[in-house]
Design a protein. Structure first.
Length: 255
């Protein structure tokens, strides 16, 4: 799968200060070992659960676009009827702020009747010529609202032949909230990256759609190792690292 669902990474970070007071050295290390195991298990479970929750959300959007693209009204190809149908779908499911009906050449008309040429967009290429039954585009910032959005698409088949597709514009507020809801103790928080390292969701808004951790040469050691394992190798894991003089732990899971 080449959709964004295969290119997202949920990361949880925790700053832990071990203060065991007057315990003996032996008890200190035993206690630290036990604490580390508990931290790893808890963080790994939370990041994995959140990645699964986000993956399910995207899967639901893809399923919805498939249903719309397979509607008899859409397959029939009458533009006026399709526009009316898409506007009804927006009323039923406000997670979408617009729908796009396009032919195999990328000539498109939106539910709001705006016309455009989108043949160069991945969400068109992947379902028209790429063989995808649905596709989720990389997020982008909408010019009109300034919000982070993505486009989900599915092909239209008529008599077994692809004749175009339907794209749905979705605001990622729900996904961003899922990530911002990640909490662990007083210092734990979560963030999400896409496959090239760009930050999609983060508790500090200044990083969203701006900071690319994989391209930041200051990110080294355990933090880089963990990010590369999650983003590039698409594996789940747990890492210990030091950042700005503080020892931190991170767990990560691909969406």
């Amino acid at each position: 799968m080449n959709s964004i669902r295969a290119r997202l990474l949920v990361v949880m970070v925790l700053l832990v200060t071990l203060s065991l007071g007057i315990l003996s050295v032996i008890n200190y290390w035993k206690s630290k070992e036990i604490l580390m195991r508990e931290i790893e298990a808890t963080m790994s479970e939370k990041s994995g659960d959140k990645a699964g929750e986000i993956s399910a959300w995207f899967a639901e959007r893809q399923a919805e676009l498939k249903v719309i693209a397979r509607s008899p009204v859409v397959i029939a190809g009458n533009e006026e009827a399709i526009i009316a149908y898409l506007n009804e779908e927006i009323k039923k499911n406000p997670v979408y702020n617009n729908f796009l009906y396009f032919d195999v050449n990328g000539n498109a008309v939106a539910a709001n009747r705006a016309r455009s040429s989108v043949g160069d967009r991945d969400y068109v290429k992947q379902v028209v010529a790429g063989g995808k039954t649905s596709f989720v585009n990389d997020p982008y910032v909408a010019r009109t609202t300034g919000k982070t959005v993505t486009t989900v698409s599915a092909p239209i088949l008529r008599d077994g032949k692809i004749v175009g597709g339907i794209g749905g514009s979705v605001e990622l507020d729900t996904v961003i909230k899922m990530v911002s809801d990640i909490k662990l103790g007083k210092t734990g928080y979560g963030f999400m990256l896409q496959g090239d390292g760009l930050t999609i969701a983060h508790p500090d808004a200044k990083h969203v759609m701006k900071t690319n951790l994989l391209k930041d040469e200051k990110i080294q050691g355990g933090l880089r190792k963990g990010l590369e394992a999650g983003v590039v190798k698409k594996t789940a894991g747990f890492n210990e690292y030091e950042f700005a003089g503080e020892k931190k732990f991170m767990s990560y899971a691909p969406v």
